[in-house]
Design a protein around this ligand. Structure first.
Ligand code: NAP
Length: 311
């Protein structure tokens, strides 16, 4: 007898959905904001009365009169992620993505929990800590039990301030994580912007210094994302800035303009913007999946990963 679930388990795409169903059922208490896909698959599993084994990562079939079938699924997400700057624009989307994936997440920043009303921010899997990364000891407690770090620490100001925030603070974080044996470290860096690099010298020198440190300390588990302009809804106090109004059409248009990015000095201005949710998806994937290789992901590679993840 062909059942809905066994049919789903036989096709490759459905295989992943079935794994999501397992993840959903095991993580639903920690993960209230599941997508419709998760709910749909969870309903299918329940409808046919399958048993889900938590110890062996296998899905059991126990339908009367039907030969039990065992299907191997990928390991469940079990890691704990530390997001540095999880209360910022990019960081909050990364925290949300990781929570929805079923991971335990901790954010560290100077001001702690943001004034968001989103319920994922109050999930019991989400912990908000305060600390200043310019004081190297501030990460010690936050690193307890952490398997991956994603750093979204960055900022603007005078050249020396930009170097300290984009460079020194992140370098402190890379060293502290490596000392504690954290397996993977993902850094949200930034694409070169030609002439802009000269104006924002401290910003770019800080970014590149962190990248060098990361690749030295994490030759196998260090991933650097280099987006250009990131668009989405950015909160500034109580105001929501819809950056996608400009960013989304530009992203559509500039995705075909890669050859123009090679024009000296102004070429990098043609780098397409990227959606904040895309950066978040790829950052979380890079943090938990050892198959994402160490090194730099430019905006084109970020977009490619997102396409693969959504397929
Ligand atoms: N937004 C873009 O278009 C874009 C484009 C390319 C690259 N990037 C890079 O992506 C990263 C995230 O950008 P974003 O737009 O999300 O920036 P953001 O909203 O300003 O977030 C920066 C985060 O860093 C934290 N932070 C700053 N200094 C800190 C310190 N000394 N110790 C601990 N936490 C500190 C801030 O929290 P507290 O203030 O509470 O400490 C905040 O959470 C940055 O590295 C940025 O350079 C952004």
């Amino acid at each position: 007898m062909k059942t809905i679930l066994s049919h789903l388990l036989r096709s490759r795409s459905s295989f992943h959905k079935s794994r999501d169903a397992v993840n959903f059922m095991l993580c639903k208490d920690r993960c209230p904001h599941v997508t419709h896909t998760y709910l749909f698959n969870a309903m299918l599993v329940k409808k046919d009365g399958r048993l889900l084994s938590t110890t062996s990562n296998m899905v059991d079939e126990s339908i009367k009169g039907e030969k039990p079938e065992r299907v191997k699924v990928s390991p469940l997400p079990t890691g704990k992620i530390l997001v540095l700057g999880g209360n910022g624009f990019v960081g909050s989307h990364i925290c949300r993505e990781a929570i929805e994936y079923g991971l335990a997440v901790c954010s560290l920043s100077r001001s702690g929990r943001p004034s968001l009303c989103d319920s994922w921010a109050d999930s019991e899997s989400m912990i908000w800590l305060r600390g200043d990364l310019l004081s190297p000891d501030s990460m010690k407690d936050a690193l307890s039990g952490v398997t991956s770090v994603i750093s979204c620490i960055g900022g603007f100001g005078s050249n020396s301030h930009m170097y300290r925030i984009n460079g020194t603070a992140n370098i402190n974080a890379v060293r502290a994580a490596a000392d504690q044996g954290v397996e993977r470290f993902v850094y949200i860096s930034a694409a070169d912007f030609g002439l802009v690099n000269y104006i924002l010298q401290g910003y770019y020198e800080g970014k590149r210094a962190t990248e060098r440190e990361l690749l030295a300390k994490y030759p196998h588990g260090g991933v650097i994302l280099r987006p250009g302009f990131i668009h989405g809804t950015r909160r500034v106090g109580r105001i929501k800035l819809p950056l996608s109004v400009i960013g989304a059409p530009l992203e559509m248009l500039l995705q075909y303009a890669k050859p123009l990015t090679h024009i000296p000095l102004v070429g990098p201005l043609f780098i397409p913007p990227v959606k904040v949710t895309s950066v978040a998806k790829v950052a979380v994937k890079a943090a938990i999946d050892p198959s994402v290789p160490s090194g730099i992901l430019d905006v084109y590679k970020i977009r490619k990963y997102v396409t693969e993840l959504s397929a």
